[in-house]
Design a binder for this molecule. Structure first.
Ligand SMILES: CC(=O)SCCNC(=O)CCNC(=O)[C@H](O)C(C)(C)COP(=O)(O)OP(=O)(O)OC[C@H]1O[C@@H](n2cnc3c(N)ncnc32)[C@H](O)[C@@H]1OP(=O)(O)O
Length: 408
């Protein structure tokens, strides 16, 4: 049997969502016993484009594309968010994932979606399909057995714990504004707030408390979303999931609050921006440590021209890029990029290349999180014209590094 020819790729009808979920739970070794987690997964699949790989009537592969809006420098773009990517253990390494991704890219082209994004279960899977890490996250750990040492005065406006059910109303507009400042952020719908952020049970750790939401000031000048866990004989844990603030002083007030919660001895913030101001205003960097840094949102420029023309540019640049793209050949070859704060044009050219790079590396640079000069220094991009990478650095630069904390 030649399964490469036998497998067909088509949309999974709504009536087969439970079957698709059973397939995903089998592949991810999951047995969700909480009804609300199951229901959340069902709802996510219902709202997504569901692509299935079928061998006859048998579902052997699944890819869901969630209908996200992603903030990019100067704006935002429709962006399918890939999730539930799973191939039956009996059908591994026969090109099923490749077929699903090819089908997705065809549909992106039809629908005019220039970028796609995902969180990878394993970093080695998605580079070959043109994805590069567009944002990075840092895990920050605070030893909170002693008062948090700070080099800025915390904002002394009152802190309030609010009902998580009110988070979409109270935090929604505030979070939406943060998306203009940092690229890489997903728009949060009311159901996303409710199901992904405020679910009573934590999906990863059943010992965690329900979510706690604390705001600073009125109107809100900052917020933190966290959960806690008691530590049996040792001091407990505060797990910070999200924190945004208008100013370093407002952020300092929230961090001080988190670090002073009774009966806890550690604050662990798993997905902070790599340029979190805390790392500079902490008074004692032995007390505030970055324990890991990791690729967060992987980005794919499915249509390089449309993606480049949709973002804002910080400085003028005029050069020829030679792009390698093995999965979407329409992106490949030499193109002249002429961009400035006034706009951007990107068109095929016969002119000699100034900079040659793979589409996955261009994707890493797209939101401003990786510098082309670093790609050249690492030997994964080739500079034919001295200074070309530096001028692209300056044009792509964003005031704050891109950041994503919504895992999907
Ligand atoms: C966004 C998300 O949902 S992340 C979750 C990803 N899913 C999982 O981790 C669940 C468990 N794993 C699986 O279901 C499957 O192994 C998948 C989806 C990762 C891969 O599916 P497959 O159908 O086996 O992939 P496919 O046969 O198309 O492989 C294409 C290429 O990727 C490579 N590849 C596939 N999986 C991996 C991996 N885990 N690590 C490194 N390379 C991989 C293959 O070797 C192949 O390379 P080649 O073209 O050079 O031969």
């Amino acid at each position: 049997m030649n399964s490469r020819t036998a497998v067909q790729f088509r949309e999974i009808p709504e009536t087969e969502i439970e079957r698709a979920l059973a397939h995903a739970y089998l592949v991810f070794h999951e047995v969700p016993d909480e009804d609300d987690i199951r229901k959340h997964h069902h709802d996510v699949l219902r709202r997504s484009l569901r692509l299935g790989a079928y061998e006859g009537d048998e579902l052997v592969g699944l890819l869901a594309a969630l209908p996200f809006e992603l903030s990019v420098p100067g704006g935002e773009l429709a962006c399918p968010g890939l999730s539930f990517v799973s191939v039956a253990p009996t059908h591994r390494r026969r090109g099923v994932l490749s077929g699903l991704i090819g089908e997705l890219y065809r549909r992106c082209a039809e629908r005019g979606a220039p970028v796609a994004a995902l969180w990878a279960s394993e970093a080695s899977i998605y580079g070959r399909f043109g994805f590069g890490p567009g944002t990075h996250g840092a895990t920050v750990e605070i030893d909170s057995r002693r008062p948090l040492a700070l080099r800025v005065e915390p904002d002394e406006r009152p802190l309030r714990l609010i009902d998580p059910a009110k988070a979409p109303d109270v935090l929604g507009p505030y979070y939406a504004r943060t998306r203009a400042a940092r690229a890489g952020r997903i728009a949060r719908s009311e159901s996303w707030w409710r199901d992904a952020w405020m679910s009573e049970k934590d999906e990863d750790d059943s010992d965690m408390s329900p979510p706690r939401v604390v705001t600073l000031g009125e109107p809100v000048a900052g917020y933190a979303i966290y959960r806690t866990k008691s530590g049996d004989d040792a001091p407990g844990l505060v797990r910070l999931d999200d924190l945004e603030a208008d100013s370093p002083q407002a952020a300092a007030a929230l961090w001080r609050y988190l670090a002073s919660i009774d009966l806890t001895g550690t604050v662990r913030a798993w997905g902070r921006p790599v340029d979190d101001p805390l790392l500079l205003f902490a008074g004692d960097r032995d007390q505030v440590r970055v324990t890991s840094e990791f690729p967060a949102l992987w980005v794919r420029l499915v249509d390089v021209r449309a993606a480049l023309e949709a973002r804002a540019w910080a400085a003028p640049v005029d050069l020829v890029l030679d792009v390698r793209d093995e999965t979407v050949p329409a992106n490949a070859g030499r193109h002249r990029l002429t961009a400035s704060p006034e706009g951007c044009a990107y068109a095929p050219t016969e002119d000699a290349a100034d900079l040659a790079l793979d589409v996955r590396d261009l994707a890493s640079c797209y939101l401003g999180g990786t510098r082309p000069t670093d790609l050249v220094a690492a030997g994964v991009a080739t500079e034919h014209t001295p200074g070309a990478a530096a001028s692209l650095d300056a044009a792509l630069r964003t005031a704050l590094l891109p950041h994503t904390v919504d895992e999907f």
